[in-house]
Design a protein around this ligand. Structure first.
Ligand code: GLP
Length: 241
């Protein structure tokens, strides 16, 4: 693993966006794996700025997001599809329909998970997978005890994750209990992985992922086994190392 420690979240986001832009410059038809969550907001803002400055074009890019809540239609304001439209897709030149997410409202979520995995394989797998890190070490929605060889499937979210993500839902509404998520095996097939973690709240998860044993207890620790994984941290997230 390559570990980059930047001064603050702004610098870490800018570095991550720069690495994504470099991947797209090297391969304009890149297949990107995208992530959601608070950490990615600044990364996408920076990518949009690079696009507006003429430094990167996404015209040939396609993407697959890590996960989606089960039961939320794509136009639900708390769905990840809505997040991606608002924070990235609507502001760049990616072709319409090139940004894929699992369909949270699919009547057969298990079948949808399998279809999504097959679509990733058919696209030739992911060139660069962007990842955030859950407080409990999850990547995508692969909660602790997830099989390290898992593919896209349904996962039950832990109470800790639902509480952490409740801030994105209106008061009184709670995040769904189930999500469709790429598996850890799916993520590990990506040719390059870029994990971004900022803020002191992530320091224990970061420490476990980098210095702990490879274990399903802290799913991100599997990245120790990846051939081309880069972790972009700010000083606060790195403070437990
Ligand atoms: C959610 C997402 C993860 C993300 C995590 C961290 O649970 N499913 O993919 O990594 O949040 O989010 P945040 O950046 O808001 O801490």
């Amino acid at each position: 693993m390559k570990i980059l420690i930047l001064d603050d979240a702004k610098a870490a986001s800018a570095r991550a966006a720069g690495l994504i832009a470099a991947q797209v410059a090297a391969r304009p038809a890149s297949v990107l794996g995208l992530a959601t969550g608070g950490t990615m907001e600044a990364v996408y803002a920076r990518l949009i700025a690079l696009y507006r400055a003429g430094e990167v074009s996404f015209a040939g890019v396609s993407s697959f997001n890590l996960d989606e809540y089960v039961g939320l239609a794509g136009d639900h304001p708390c769905s990840y599809r809505h997040y991606m439209r608002e924070l990235l897709f609507d502001h760049i030149d990616m072709a319409p329909g090139a940004g894929h997410l699992p369909a949270g409202e699919a009547p057969d979520p298990e079948g949808e998970a399998l279809r999504y995995e097959e679509a990733i394989v058919a696209a030739g797998d992911i060139d660069l997978q962007l990842l955030g890190l859950g407080l409990n070490g999850h990547i995508g929605f692969n909660e602790p005890t997830s099989s390290l060889a898992s593919i896209t499937r349904l996962k039950t979210l832990t109470r800790e994750t639902r509480e952490a993500n409740a801030r994105f839902f209106p008061a009184g509404e709670t995040p769904p209990r189930l999500a469709i998520t790429m598996g850890i095996g799916t993520i590990m097939r990506a040719r390059q992985v870029l994990l971004v973690a900022t803020g002191a709240a992530k320091s224990e998860a970061v420490r476990q992922v980098i210095e702990g044993p490879v274990s399903a207890r802290w799913p991100g620790s599997v990245l120790q086994m990846h051939r081309n994984a880069t972790l972009v941290l700010d000083r606060d997230a790195a403070s437990g190392l």
